[in-house]
Structure formats: structure tokens, C-alpha cells
Design a protein around this ligand. Structure first.
Ligand code: ASP
Ligand code: MG
Length: 472
């Protein structure tokens, strides 16, 4: 059977008629179709705060539960017409709301929030959205059923909060489950460990759920619906006049997502790339039926690099100094091991003869600094912690082989009098990045974007005039 997988995000589920609008989009697809859905807009954040508050300060989140229940019932009433279907949907949602309240009562009583309960609580945003969307699609006379990751076996490695999907283990039951010619609605954002525990796939993880399903079912495409025009040459809130990028390779999409573009979960392309399943990104607010961005296996090598400039704040650098640290065998492995034991994820590493620099999340800097100070190898004579760093990345296939790209970026940044702290290229053929002080980030991004993409400046081989005019 040939499947399509569709994903609706939280930004598609904000106001009164949004579930109905999603159901109308679904109707236009051929069955069989698997629809992966996120929580309503911002609900995951509310669930998180309510859970933390119930366990930390002992406040039972009664107001949150009441408001969330009311929002669910409003969505049902706004999008389903006949009374019997409304009552059926309400009772399905009530079962879940009762289970959620039960979990809150548990953590309120024990004043603790074990990771397994935290992950379960946060999964309720998606579970409830899926029940409502399924009910709305059903009320339109379409054949549909709710399918849960625990039923079809979306198996993860069991890491709470940021699990990886185990594709081989997940492939066992899945084909047997989705075998009817109908719609299936699936809650995104979580899978199930081999011990049967709910494990979240990291924030924004519904994209990753949908991609895994598309890969496992050899789908024709993964269609992701959003409320923006796909990937752009720069963040519309930061740069002037960004353009939509029609085509991206899997590597470009992965690098852009890793370096801060908040369009896709960074792991979305992983299950799709080996099977060459395209990702098509649509804007729900657009009147056009064609996708804004299509991600596939490098469909247009001849487009100029970079294709997009992205950035990510809240980084830090831990600099370990000492004579010869960069060339003495084993030092890097030793310090990386110390970071690992301390639970610090290293985003990047740069070495020289006399220093090793680790690029870390800002929130990990203190923890990493303490671990290194107490256990560092003797040749490290000084540890410097630099906070409030931002990373600016230029992304485009082949960018590291294009002469002059980095030089141009630095010219742009220098013209704004901004100091570049570190530059890095080579880890991926599709990204070059540099690090600046967080306060300089916006100006650095604006300057670099206008240098490469402005109509009026630098009309050279980096001009992107072809990007939006490519026809599917
Ligand atoms: N609702 C989850 C989050 O906000 C997952 C998702 O949106 O994909 O992170
Ligand atoms: Mg999301």
C-alpha cells in the first residue's frame, strides 16, 4: 500500500476552528493516510509548568486543568456539529483528562516528579489533540481511527525526555497495524521504551515521530503543515526581506535545524534520507496547494551557497589552556569523558596547540567548569568560562568548498564592528559557522544576511534570484 504521512503542529491548533481546518485538509488526501498531531499551541509548556509546580511547591494545578478542559470542550463544540458526536468526543477526552488529573494528584502527594511521570504528563497534550482530531475527522463521515505509539510499537531507547526511536525494533508490528485503507490519527512526541514506558522524543519531537512513521511505512512523502512559509533565507523576525527556499537537501535541512532554524526537529530527516522520502512543508494559511519547501536528496546542486543563515543563542565556551594540550594524545578523550560523566553534551570542539575550546549549551557551563576543575588532567593549567555566546551558521551544500564564503561573511560582520570569537568549518560539507557575543548576534545575522541576499548589494554569484522561482 502506498501511504502518505501528514503532520500538524501546535501552531496549526490555536484558535476555534483549527481542528476543522486540519480535517478539511486531510479530506483532500487519498487514503491510507497517517496523521501525526502535536499538542495545542503552548500546551506542552503549560503541562510542564503545572507538573513542576505540583511537585516543587505542592500547588495542585486546578486552574490549569479547568482551563485546559474548557479549551478541549470548546474545540469539540466548535468543530463538530451533531450532538451525539459531540458527546462521544467529550467522553473520550474526559477519560484522558481524568488520567492526567490522577497523575498530577500523584506528584502533588509525593512532592516529587520522577522522569517517567514527567514524560507521561507531557504526552497528554498530544494524546488529547489526537482524540479531538480523530473525532472531528470521524464527524465528517470519513473512516478514521486513533492509533497510539504503544499499540503499534514505536520503540525508543528509553531515554526519558529525549529518546531516540529504534527503527529496527519499531518495524516489527507497524505494517500489520496500519493495513486498512482509511485515515489513522497518531499522537506525536512520544514513543515507548522496550520496558513499555512512555518516553518523549525531545521538544518539537512530533516531526521526528512523523518522520519515523513515514520511513517505517515507506511513505510517498512526509507533509508537514505549519503557519509559516517553510524554510527561509533568514529568520523573518531578525533579517530584512527573507526569501522562501524552495529546495533543500536532507543535509541542509538537518544543519539548519541543528543550528537554530525552528522549522523542523533536527532529527526529522534521519529516518527519511536512506529511503529518499521527500519532506514537503506547507503553510496552512496559504491559498496555494503547493509546498513552500521540499527537502529531498540534493535536488539542485547548482544553487548558490549559502542558501540560508541561521543562528542559535545561549551557548557558552569552556576554554582549557595548557602547554601542548592540543597535541598530547589522550587529553581530549579524557576531558570529553569528564564532560560525559557530568552529563554535559558537547556541541562542538576546537583545538590548538595550547588550548581546547568546547562549545556548550549556556546552561551546562557551570556544571562543565566544576567537573573539569575537580578532575582535569594535570597539563591543564587554566580554565576559562565564557558565557553569553551565540552561534551564526551559513548553510548550503558544498559551502566548505566554495572559495570566499567565509571571507565574505567576516567582511559583513567586520563592517558592523563585531568581533568573531571562533570560526569553524569542515565538520559538515553543508555548514560553516562562527561564534559571536550574544549581544552582537542580531546585528551579525542581519549584516551577513543582507550581504548574501540583498537585491541591491553585492550582485554576484551568491545572488539568490532563482530560489523562489523553481517550479515543482
Ligand atoms: N508538543 C511538543 C512540544 O511542544 C512536541 C511538538 O510540538 O512537536 O515540544
Ligand atoms: Mg511543535
Amino acid at each position: 500500500m502506498s501511504y502518505k504521512v501528514i503532520k500538524f503542529g501546535g501552531s496549526n491548533l490555536q484558535s476555534a476552528n483549527d481542528f476543522g481546518r486540519c480535517a478539511e485538509i486531510v479530506r483532500k488526501y487519498d487514503v491510507p493516510c497517517i496523521i501525526v498531531v502535536s499538542a495545542f499551541f503552548e500546551v506542552t509548556d503549560h503541562l510542564k509548568h503545572a507538573a513542576l509546580e505540583a511537585s516543587d511547591s505542592g500547588n495542585f494545578p486546578e486552574i490549569f486543568i479547568d482551563e485546559f478542559s474548557e479549551a478541549c470542550f470548546e474545540q469539540i463544540r466548535a468543530n463538530i456539529e451533531d450532538d451525539i458526536s459531540v458527546r462521544q468526543a467529550e467522553s473520550e477526552v474526559r477519560v484522558l483528562l481524568d488520567k492526567l488529573a490522577h497523575l498530577f494528584r500523584g506528584i502533588h502527594a509525593i512532592k516529587e516528579l520522577p522522569p517517567t511521570i514527567y514524560d507521561s504528563i507531557l504526552s497528554f497534550g498530544e494524546r488529547i489533540s489526537a482524540v479531538i482530531l480523530n473525532a472531528v475527522i470521524r464527524s465528517k463521515g470519513l473512516e478514521t481511527s486513533l492509533s497510539l505509539p504503544e499499540q503499534f510499537g514505536l520503540i525508543t531507547d528509553g531515554e526519558f525526555g529525549a529518546a531516540s526511536i529504534l527503527l529496527k525494533e519499531s518495524s516489527k508490528k507497524i505494517r500489520g497495524h496500519f493495513k486498512r485503507n482509511q485515515y489513522y490519527v497518531v499522537p506525536g512526541f512520544y514513543g515507548i521504551s522496550e520496558e513499555g514506558k512512555i518516553t518523549l522524543l525531545g521538544r518539537g519531537g512530533s516531526d521526528y515521530s512523523a518522520a519515523a512513521l513515514a520511513g517505517l511505512l515507506n511513505a510517498d512523502s512526509l507533509d508537514i503543515w505549519k503557519d509559516v512559509n517553510g524554510f527561509q533565507t533568514g529568520d523573518p523576525k531578525t533579517v530584512n526581506d527573507p526569501r522562501t527556499i524552495k529546495y533543500l537537501s536532507y543535509n541542509e535541512a538537518a544543519e539548519l535545524s541543528y543550528f537554530g532554524a525552528r522549522i523542523l526537529h533536527p532529527r526529522t530527516v534521519e529516518p527519511l534520507q536512506p529511503k529518499n522520502i521527500p519532506v514537503r512543508i506547507f503553510n496552512i494559511a496559504s491559498s496555494s496547494d503547493s509546498p513552500d519547501t521540499v527537502i529531498s536528496s540534493d535536488p539542485c546542486k547548482d544553487l548558490p551557497a549559502p542558501k540560508s543563515i541561521t543562528f542559535s543563542r545561549h551557548f557558552s565556551v569552556l576554554k582549557l589552556k595548557g602547554p601542548g594540550v592540543g597535541i598530547k594524545p589522550g587529553v581530549l578523550a579524557q576531558v570529553a569523558g569528564i564532560m560525559d560523566t557530568a552529563g554535559v553534551n558537547i556541541s562542538s570542539v576546537f583545538t590548538s596547540q595550547t588550548a581546547i575550546c568546547f562549545l556548550l549549551q549556556g546552561s551546562d557551563l557551570a556544571k562543565a567548569g566544576e567537573a573539569i576543575k575537580s578532575e582535569a588532567p594535570s597539563m591543564i593549567s587554566e580554565v576559562e568560562a565564557i558565557s553569553d555566546i551565540a552561534l551564526v551558521a551559513l548553510v548550503g551544500e558544498g559551502i566548505t568548498k566554495k572559495r570566499g564564503v567565509a571571507a565574505r561573511a567576516f567582511q559583513a560582520v567586520a563592517s558592523e564592528n563585531i568581533n568573531v570569537e571562533i570560526i569553524a568549518a569542515g565538520a559538515s560539507t553543508a555548514a560553516v559557522y562562527f561564534v559571536v557575543k550574544e549581544d552582537d548576534c542580531d546585528r551579525a545575522v542581519k549584516a551577513t544576511h543582507s550581504y548574501f541576499f540583498s537585491e541591491h548589494l553585492h550582485q554576484d554569484s551568491y545572488q539568490h534570484s532563482g530560489l523562489t522561482s523553481v517550479v515543482l
